[in-house]
Design a protein around this ligand. Structure first.
Ligand SMILES: [Zn+2]
Length: 199
């Protein structure tokens, strides 16, 4: 549609999640007319994220050191572990201020349609963490949709011989949705009202 650099930018923006062709075009033209300092800041942020951000060696949250802030925090308890799909879910739960334990980020959810099975997620790493015996309660906070529920059921069955208390967030979360879209109060309540699941 456009020539060279402009079209390349539109194509790249269009590859981002949630950005359709129209939005890609709008963002591209916004950037074309933006102050050069603003564009430079955006470029610098992209470069920094690529160079400096990595995944925590313990929980697989995003981190700027070997371990993330949460794993490094000595004030948090080691006996409760909350399993989530993505780092953005950690942020959503942290916003509620209901949870003072640690996290484990799976990197997605089981989805046979998309060809994602347990081996594609950090399930083995979760089991290794649970083996050392420090964790007594596992809270499964996968998304309240088909894939999230399937993942929760799978994990509950998998860990059942370990004798942990396993719980799932209470209902009240928007069904079929994504954890990050729940407001803080709703998510906080779902956390407080979590229910034991017996596999
Ligand atoms: Zn961590």
């Amino acid at each position: 549609m456009y020539e060279g650099a402009v079209q390349d930018l539109i194509d790249e923006l269009g590859r981002l999640p949630g950005v359709g062709p129209k939005s890609a075009q709008r963002i591209a033209f916004h950037l074309l007319s933006a102050e050069s300092a603003d564009v430079s800041r955006l470029v610098a942020a992209l470069v920094r994220v690529q160079e400096e951000v990595r995944f925590c060696v313990t929980c697989y949250n995003v981190a700027e050191a070997e371990q993330c802030k949460i794993c490094r925090d000595p004030r948090r308890t080691d006996d409760v572990l909350c399993v989530v799909e993505e780092p953005k879910d950690v942020v959503a739960i942290e916003r509620t201020r209901e949870f003072r334990g640690r996290y484990h980020v799976l990197g997605g959810a089981i989805s046979p349609i998309d060809g994602v099975g347990p081996d594609d997620l950090r399930v083995k790493e979760l089991m290794t963490r649970l083996m050392n015996g420090a964790v007594t309660e596992l809270i499964i906070a996968t998304d309240p949709n088909l894939e999230g529920e399937a993942t929760a059921a799978y994990l509950a069955r998998l860990v059942s011989p370990m004798g942990l208390a396993v719980s799932r967030l209470a209902s009240g979360l928007p069904v079929g949705g994504d954890l990050e879209y729940a407001d803080e109060v709703t998510l906080g309540r779902a956390f407080e009202g979590r229910r034991r699941i017996d596999a």
